[in-house]
Design a protein around this ligand. Structure first.
Ligand code: TIU
Length: 233
């Protein structure tokens, strides 16, 4: 049993029943020219989640933890794209249109794929999802059940959209989630902050919040605990 320093209190887990869930680290969100920018956002704030998420990914792999990646996107024929989602944002280009990284948020396109820093390796399932939550219309439940997963360490973008939606869905299904604050990011710093607060409030109503240093510490206790230096936000 390992414990991650977390809020509202320590998060206990065992590696065989825990997975690292890496949510939507796709070019379409973190680089200019993709879906995030088409919605009117400056994508640069998302880049700061990549180094902590990469460190956690490598540490979890080294510890033998199961890793799952997700990608938000749609079939090339857009048959899984609700018309209401297609028009949302009223951008000049919307989902399915051609941008500098290929068709926006369409599976198989450059922009839809995961950035190199945290790219999946063999044996790590990639769950393609048409919605914000990773459980809706996906095989994620089957994957978690097959591997006996009970706990999720969560990194991803964006904090208040796909991360929060997925954590809420997971919590309702009985999974214990700890969200790593510096392994997540939002286009809006205040939404990042509040998105995390909403998870850990009320005794951890949706789950726990921690950070990359605390996870590294829990996985390799000989590393000095530096989590406290910047708090848990
Ligand atoms: N727009 C926004 O903040 N996020 C998304 O549309 N999807 C994810 O969070 N992945």
């Amino acid at each position: 049993m390992a414990t991650v320093d977390a809020e509202p209190y320590g998060f206990d887990f065992e590696i065989p029943t825990t997975a690292l869930l890496m949510i939507d680290f796709q070019r379409d969100f973190v680089y200019p020219g993709g879906f995030g920018e088409a919605l009117g956002n400056d994508t640069s704030p998302l880049l700061k989640a990549l180094p902590p998420a990469e460190r956690v990914l490598k540490a979890c792999r080294a510890a033998g933890m199961f890793v799952i990646h997700t990608r938000e996107g749609h079939r090339p024929d857009l048959s899984d794209l609700p018309p209401a989602k297609k028009v949302r944002g009223r951008g000049k280009i919307t989902i399915g249109d051609v941008g500098p990284m290929g068709r926006i948020l369409v599976r198989g396109e450059l922009g839809h794929d995961i950035v190199e820093e945290v790219y999946p390796i063999d044996g790590e399932p990639v769950v393609d999802k048409p919605g914000k939550g990773a459980f809706y219309a996906t095989e994620l439940t089957d994957v978690l059940e097959k591997y006996g997963i009970e706990n999720l360490l969560v990194c991803g973008v964006t904090t208040e959209v796909c991360v929060n939606t997925t954590v809420r869905e997971a919590n309702d299904r009985g999974y214990r989630c700890v969200v790593l604050a510096d392994g997540c990011a939002s286009y809006f710093p205040e939404f990042h902050e509040m998105g995390l607060k909403m998870i850990k409030a009320q005794g951890g109503i949706f789950g726990w919040v921690s950070n990359s240093a605390a996870v590294l510490q829990a996985l390799s206790p000989e590393i000095p605990l530096i989590a406290a230096a910047g708090g848990l936000r």
